[in-house]
Design a binder for this molecule. Structure first.
Ligand SMILES: Nc1ncnc2c1ncn2[C@@H]1O[C@H](COP(=O)(O)OP(=O)(O)OP(=O)(O)O)[C@@H](O)[C@H]1O
Ligand SMILES: [Mg+2]
Length: 472
């Protein structure tokens, strides 16, 4: 029997009403007890109904539906099933049973409601008894728990199997992705001493620069400056700590790239949502179950150079690909963008140097310095504040050449005011003169320095600082 014919009756009513069998009172059921006891009895029915429901539905048909439609379809089918075959349940228990079975059928069990909550940006499961969520940048525990370690492991296995991976003792750490795009990381014992842990990052919503201005991440003058840099094909590195908004800013900045250019994006897990027409998106692939077929960011960066890119955007540099990216940036693929995990502009340069030295080619330190000096033009430093806001705390230009020690010229800095009584952070973005070299380059490409910044006096070194001694 097809699902459609089964659903053609007068449904859509709340579960437990119209299609209740004649003997069903719809009242409190045989025990008459609602509450813990009823909930427990209901919980015992979940596995059987989950199996029945899966037998009943047409998976191909389901996959064409939106998540909301999918849920309501499952709820209706299950309502019919319970009416047809099930015990008589109190309306509340029946609703609870339907909810739990459908949650499990949709794959993420007790996490489903959290995933549906648009204000939740991150879900962190630390073993079966502890679930935390992040909302508006703040992390708090929620009253959600898995029935057991086994149930949590089932959920994890379901997630991991959709990306053809396996999680077990010999493979205890896995990255995966939900069909809806969310990034998932799993670590199970023995690596995790806290029990099986699951971290789900909501697929980041794309912000435009003007929206980021409204959120206080940067100001209008900074938008003008960054726009000029991007149009003038400066190479830009966005740096920041975990969750500081690097990918979000990279995405917004990418929106400034002209439509006429061919853009290639390289990411470990595709998150960027570029609006341009001519974009090629490349994503890495983990090894399969036999440990074969792995494609790394480095492979993709190297390959992208053979694809005639106008710009290369690397989601995040983390390893040997850094050298390839720096080489690309300094040899004709200027105007490229990347992010790196670092806590300051100095730190970002050091990190690029360390990462570039991780490639198998042994490159002496001064040569790496040369490479970075000629590749990197602009550093944009982000930070995440205790109130959950993300701000650009510094925009700086790399003012050193060749094998010189890095010289950083700050053109913008965030000055925080004391925290407000309700814990919020405000401040001002201080604008400083742009180096002459950068200003000349902007002028040459038909851009100009926004008046809020101005241009430094010739040979002015007033605002530059040194980063990293020339060691090695
Ligand atoms: N400027 C911003 N203001 C407020 N929230 C932001 C901002 N930028 C990003 N976020 C939110 O912060 C979270 C993390 O953002 P994003 O993925 O861009 O950070 P990230 O630095 O790239 O993180 P990771 O280190 O994991 O790569 C997302 O939920 C995103 O919506
Ligand atoms: Mg990121």
């Amino acid at each position: 029997m097809s699902l459609r014919s089964r659903l053609s009756g007068p449904d859509g009513h709340p579960p437990g009403t119209a299609s209740q069998p004649a003997n069903g009172t719809g009242a409190t059921g045989a025990t008459g007890a609602r509450g813990a006891e009823g909930a427990e009895a209901t919980a015992r029915l979940v596995p059987a109904y989950r199996t029945k429901l899966l037998e009943e539905i047409d998976l191909a048909e389901m996959s064409a539906l939106t998540p909301a439609e999918r849920r309501s379809r499952l709820e209706r089918v299950l309502g019919h099933l319970i009416s047809r075959e099930g015990p008589v349940l109190a309306t509340d228990d029946r609703d609870l049973l339907i909810r739990r079975v459908v949650d499990e059928a949709l794959g993420l069990g007790v996490l489903e409601p959290l995933l549906e909550d648009a204000s939740v940006t991150e879900i962190m499961v630390n073993g079966p008894d502890q679930v935390f969520v992040e909302r508006a940048g703040r992390v708090a525990q929620v009253p959600v728990r898995f029935a057991s370690h086994e149930q949590l492991m089932q959920t994890i296995e379901r997630i991991v199997s959709t990306v053809n991976r396996r999680v077990d003792e010999s493979n205890p750490m896995v990255d995966a992705r939900l069909p809806t795009g969310e990034r998932v990381n799993v670590v199970i014992p023995p690596l995790s001493l806290t029990g099986a842990t699951l971290t789900i990052r909501r697929f980041p919503r794309a912000y435009r620069l003007d929206e980021l201005v409204r959120l206080g991440t940067l100001d209008d003058a900074m938008v003008l400056l960054l726009s000029a840099f991007i149009r003038a094909r400066f190479n830009v590195i966005v740096s920041g700590g975990t969750g500081s908004g690097k990918t979000t800013l990279l995405n917004a900045l990418s929106g400034l790239i002209p439509e006429t250019e061919r853009i290639i994006t390289v990411e470990d897990a595709a998150e960027l949502q570029l609006q341009q027409q001519h974009v090629i998106r490349l994503e890495t692939r983990p090894p399969n179950v036999e440990g074969k077929g792995r494609v790394t960011v480095r492979d993709l960066v190297r390959n992208s150079l053979r694809m005639r890119p106008d710009r290369i955007i690397v989601g995040e540099v983390r390893g040997g690909e850094t050298l390839d990216m720096l080489q690309a940036m300094s040899t004709g693929h200027d105007g490229s963008l990347a992010t790196v995990h670092a806590n300051s502009a100095e730190d970002a340069l050091m990190r690029l140097q360390t990462l570039a030295s991780m490639s198998e080619v042994e490159i002496p330190f001064p040569a790496l310095q040369d490479q970075i000096n000629s590749a990197v033009d602009v550093l944009v430093q982000l930070a995440r504040f205790p109130d959950g806001s993300r701000k650009i705390v510094e925009i700086s230009l790399l003012a050193s050449h060749g094998r010189e020690t890095f010289q950083i010229a700050s053109v913008c800095r965030f000055r925080a005011r004391p925290m407000t009584p309700d814990g919020r952070i405000f401040g001002t973005f201080e604008h400083l003169p742009v180096t002459r070299r950068a200003a000349d380059r902007l002028t040459m490409t038909g851009e100009s320095v926004p008046p809020a910044f101005g241009v430094a006096a010739p040979d002015s070194r007033l605002t530059t600082r040194e980063a990293g001694g020339a060691t090695g």
